[in-house]
Design a protein around this ligand. Structure first.
Ligand code: NAD
Length: 483
């Protein structure tokens, strides 16, 4: 089972290899099998990608927006036509079950390309009457954008960054996570096939050092990172040094609040989606599940029964509901958190162990009686580990939900809509759901507050992050000079 690409990098519309770059492997985490061997980008490769992007961007910016949109729409169609192959590739690289990748990865990427394809021709400036004179504004692209991806949604992340960047006239050099390097290359090929001029979307491989080289290069005008908070701090600081625009999509420890009047069936389903989809490797997961004391035991009973029925196994089998974690290292990290939860006195309701002897599988795990000060309630675990905490009053749960450095997402389950809106208004989170969880349609801006990030992806909000405003004052009379 191999998924070896033609070469490690895709630059200037073509495959590029430089064997001087250190070799690294992509591993299928369900079996430990090596599915591809690639070379990290050398400084020469990084330079070539930036030159290609820089060289192509101005003509692209001058291309009519409707034309840019047409190309992106064609790319969306190609992604959809090849959804199965792309999904298998994503499953091999990430270990996420095919059941998910078929509907959530390339499909969501295609939505982003289609959305921004339609958005591009609608972008306009303002005219500002100033009496005799006037001013107008132009929305200009930023130039060359660097995209840096995490490993949990590789092609989705690449598309969520590439689609608005390209739609609004920018070029991009994208570095996928070194853990999941493959699908971004497939996207680059598809974009060129759809008619994207060479050099506008380049993919280079490597780890943190490669990312650093991109972020600190003066040719890069904007950095969009999806990753952890510690990486975000470093990248933001580096981008700040060059006064570059940033979008930071970082980690979270989001609260999901279930009131005593909630539809419990739905609340249990949402809590499971919020912790077990993608084996829990989702930034916006509601990993602190606050359940009202009066419904807690019923909630836990239903939750344990449904969690026990999750089909764990070969991610390439379509009936499998949960695959392995992305790597053995991630599995070890997650199991370490499980041990810590037990040691701190949380009640293990189900799971809590590795599944099988090969592959990075962790049994879906629920802890109850979790306290706010426990490590499993404070740190992002990024695995299938749910922490259930009890609460009694609305004011109490809002204060506890907000008592974290993170602020990516939050959810509220209640039949009382006045309460739902009141609570959501008080929550410190960039993305909230009422009686739903983790739905991220491209029409809706997505992003975090506090340490969870800066900027928004998707929706109209993305325009602010991939364009800049130029103001033009138009003098229509004589210059009134005191000299
Ligand atoms: P990570 O921070 O380890 O790596 C993210 C990317 O940054 C990788 O491509 C990595 O090579 C690169 N990188 C690392 N150090 C760098 C440096 N010094 N300079 C430049 N680039 C550098 O994150 P991960 O483990 O790949 O992904 C998991 C994390 O991502 C979790 O914290 C998760 O919450 C977060 N995430 C956030 C979102 C979101 O939209 N908010 C989405 C998915 C994942």
């Amino acid at each position: 089972m191999r998924a070896q690409p033609e070469a490690s990098h895709f630059i200037g519309g073509t495959w590029v290899e430089d064997r001087d770059g250190a070799v690294f492997e992509s591993v299928h985490p369900a079996t430990g099998e090596v599915i591809a061997r690639l070379h990290e980008a050398t400084p020469a490769v990084i330079n070539r990608a930036l030159e290609a992007a820089h060289g192509a961007q101005k003509d692209w910016a001058a291309c009519p927006p409707v034309e840019r949109g047409r190309i992106l729409r064609r790319a969306a169609e190609l992604l959809r036509a090849r959804n199965r192959d792309l999904s298998v590739l994503e499953t091999l690289d990430t270990g996420k079950p095919l059941q998910e990748t078929l509907v959530a990865d390339a499909a969501s990427g295609a939505d982003a390309l289609e959305y921004f394809a339609g958005f591009a021709p609608t972008v306009t400036g303002q005219t500002i009457p100033l009496g005799r004179d006037m001013a107008y504004t132009l929305r200009e692209p930023l130039g060359v954008c660097a995209g840096i991806g995490a490993w949990n949604y590789p092609i989705q992340i690449a598309c969520w960054k590439a689609a608005p960047a390209l739609a609004f006239g920018n070029a991009m050099v994208f570095k996928p996570s070194e853990v999941t390097p493959l699908s971004a290359l497939a996207l680059a090929e598809i974009l060129v096939e759809a008619g994207l001029p060479a050099g506008l979307f380049n993919v280079i491989q490597g780890g943190g050092a490669c990312g650093t080289a991109l972020v600190s290069d003066p040719r890069v005008a904007k950095v969009s990172l999806t990753g952890s908070v510690p990486t975000g701090r470093k990248v933001y600081a580096m981008a700040g040094e060059g006064i570059k625009a940033v979008t930071m999509e970082l980690g979270g420890k989001s609260p999901l609040i279930i009131f005593d009047d909630a539809d419990l069936d739905n609340a249990v389903g949402a809590a499971m989606l919020a912790n077990f989809y993608s084996a829990g490797q989702i930034c916006s997961n509601g990993t602190r599940v606050f359940v009202h004391r009066d419904v807690k035991e019923t909630f836990l009973e239903q939750l344990a029964a449904r969690t026990g029925r999750i089909v764990l196994g070969d991610p390439l089998t379509e009936t499998t509901q949960m695959g392995p974690l992305v790597s053995q290292a991630q599995m070890d990290r997650v199991l370490g958190y499980v041990d810590q939860g037990v040691a701190e006195g949380a009640r293990l309701v189900c799971g809590g162990a590795r599944h099988g002897e090969t592959g990075a599988f962790v049994v879906p795990t629920v802890f109850a009686d979790v306290r706010d000060d426990m490590v499993i309630a404070r740190e992002e675990i990024f695995g299938p580990v749910m922490a259930v905490l009890d609460f009694e009053s609305e004011a109490e749960v809002i204060a506890r939900a907000n008592a974290t450095e993170y602020g990516l997402a939050a959810g509220v389950f209640t039949r009382d809509l006045a309460r739902a809106h009141r609570v959501v208004a008080a929550l410190e989170a960039g993305t909230c759901w009422i009686n739903a969880y983790n739905l991220t349609p491209v029409e809706m801006p997505f992003g975090g507050v506090k340490a969870s990030g800066v900027g928004r992806e998707n929706g109209h909000a993305a325009l602010e992050h991939y364009t800049r405003v130029k103001s033009v004052y138009l003098g229509l009379g004589d210059v009134d000079a005191p000299f």
